[in-house]
Design a protein around this ligand. Structure first.
Ligand SMILES: Nc1nc2c(c(=O)[nH]1)N[C@H]1C(S)=C(S)[C@@H](COP(=O)(O)O)O[C@H]1N2
Ligand SMILES: [Mo]
Length: 398
């Protein structure tokens, strides 16, 4: 049995320790940067929310063009439209990365607060934040890897990136709804209050500048992939190298294994429409009226480049086989397999005057890596659908 004196000594000791803990906590709080807190978190959070929303919407557009639901309408004009939406997708995604880092930094003390789990309500809150942060990091990292054409997950990227986008946006909506009162309150206060000035560490204003400048710099670097006059400035923008004829190449003829079939003198492009079929040699295609159009190739990975394409209008080619035939058009490549061997072009794009079966690029014969003997080139469609090394064109009955 402990004596009364022993019990008193223990109590005194406990009180001492408690006082010491309180002192340390106060010191830590003083030394915690004033930028760690709702004032910075909510402002950076709003910028992050805007970037993520732009990224989500433009990503959905890209997905719908490639897997169109029945109701989906995507215009054939202006030709640069997809270049703009996909450029925004990549730039907003890249800008979100530094914003997310600053945001996580600003709430970090909260993230590691104890108890880690606690009440069911707290469990729910923590769980939703884990889903939010996890899904957004997943989206930004896989997207960034994709812009670098680094696909350690080749077959799952698009579907996973698409599915996870809903998870991220859903978690973001829940998070915003839950935090709205805190956000409102934090925004109503001036950034620098008297109390914040007493604290040590980076100021709130400085941290907001860090977030803004780093997001702008990141966006700038990647915008160079799509905005021509920025290209020379943005040294870091990943590109598919500079391919022949001043255009990047994602998949070369060698990689696609089409060299022999493409160079075969017996090559014919088969065109079928309204029950008739005709085979065209390259010389026969060149003998048809030629049209030139300046159109961009805008790759889903973010890079885009404008070029001068010359060839036969698709609608003229179809009319040469069967005048008046209309409908969606299916294109098949000489490529033996792969994800991009076949594409279906909606009628709206098929009849556009700028949709070409291209035979020349920037004034000279189409390079083998760009799709020789001929390729599809059509406005407002992702690069991935601009099928190279065409072997067959079929007008599907409307
Ligand atoms: N047959 C075939 N066509 C294809 C591809 C492919 O892999 N196979 N890649 C596409 C992609 S992803 C892009 S961005 C463009 C690039 O065209 P370029 O190599 O002429 O720049 O071609 C598209 N056409
Ligand atoms: Mo692409």
């Amino acid at each position: 049995m402990p004596t009364r004196a022993q019990a008193t000594a223990v109590k005194e000791r406990v009180a001492e320790v408690e006082q010491r803990v309180a002192e340390v906590e106060r010191a830590v709080a003083e030394r915690t940067s004033p930028a760690r807190g709702p004032e910075v978190a909510s402002r950076v959070g709003i910028a992050l929310g805007i970037a993520i929303t732009i990224c989500f919407v433009t990503g959905l557009i890209s997905h719908w063009i490639q897997h169109p639901p029945g109701w989906f309408y995507w215009p054939a004009n202006p030709p640069w439209l997809y270049r703009l939406t996909q450029g925004l997708h990549v730039v907003s995604g890249v800008m979100a990365i530094p914003l997310l880092l600053v945001k996580l930094w600003s709430v970090f003390p909260k993230l590691v607060e104890r108890p880690v789990i606690g009440s069911p309500l707290r469990l729910l809150e923590r769980g939703s934040i884990a889903v939010l942060v996890g899904s957004i990091i997943f989206q930004l990292v896989t997207g960034l890897f994709n812009t670098a054409q680094f696909y350690p997950w080749k077959f799952f990227f698009t579907t996973t990136h698409y599915a996870m986008a809903y998870v991220a946006l859903g978690a973001l909506a829940v998070h915003l709804a839950v935090k709205l009162p805190i956000v409102r309150e934090a925004l109503s206060r001036p950034i620098d209050d008297a109390k914040s000035k007493e604290k040590q560490g980076i100021s709130r204003r400085a941290m907001l500048s860090v977030a803004g400048v780093s997001a702008a710099a990141a966006g700038f670097v990647f915008a160079g992939q799509s905005v021509p006059w920025l290209k020379n400035l943005s040294v870091l923008a990943p590109r598919s190298g500079n391919g022949p004829q001043g255009l990047p190449v994602n998949r070369t003829a060698a990689a696609a294994g089409v060299h022999d079939r493409a160079m075969d003198p017996g090559y014919r492009l088969t065109v079928s429409a309204g029950g008739r079929t005709r085979a065209f040699s390259r010389a026969e295609l060149l003998a048809l009226p030629q049209t030139t159009a300046i159109l961009p190739i805008a790759c889903v990975e973010g890079w885009s480049v404008s070029a001068t394409w010359t060839g036969v209008r698709l609608r003229d080619l179809v009319a040469a086989v069967h005048p008046g035939a209309g409908g969606d058009v299916r294109f098949t490549s000489l490529e033996g397999g792969g994800l991009y061997r076949v594409t279906v072009l909606p009628q709206r794009h098929a009849v556009d005057a700028q949709t070409l079966v291209a035979l020349a690029l920037n004034g000279s014969t189409l390079d083998l890596d760009h799709g020789y003997p001929c390729r599809l080139i059509t406005p407002t469609r992702p690069g991935v659908l601009q099928t190279k090394w065409l072997s067959e064109i079929e007008v599907l009955s409307a």
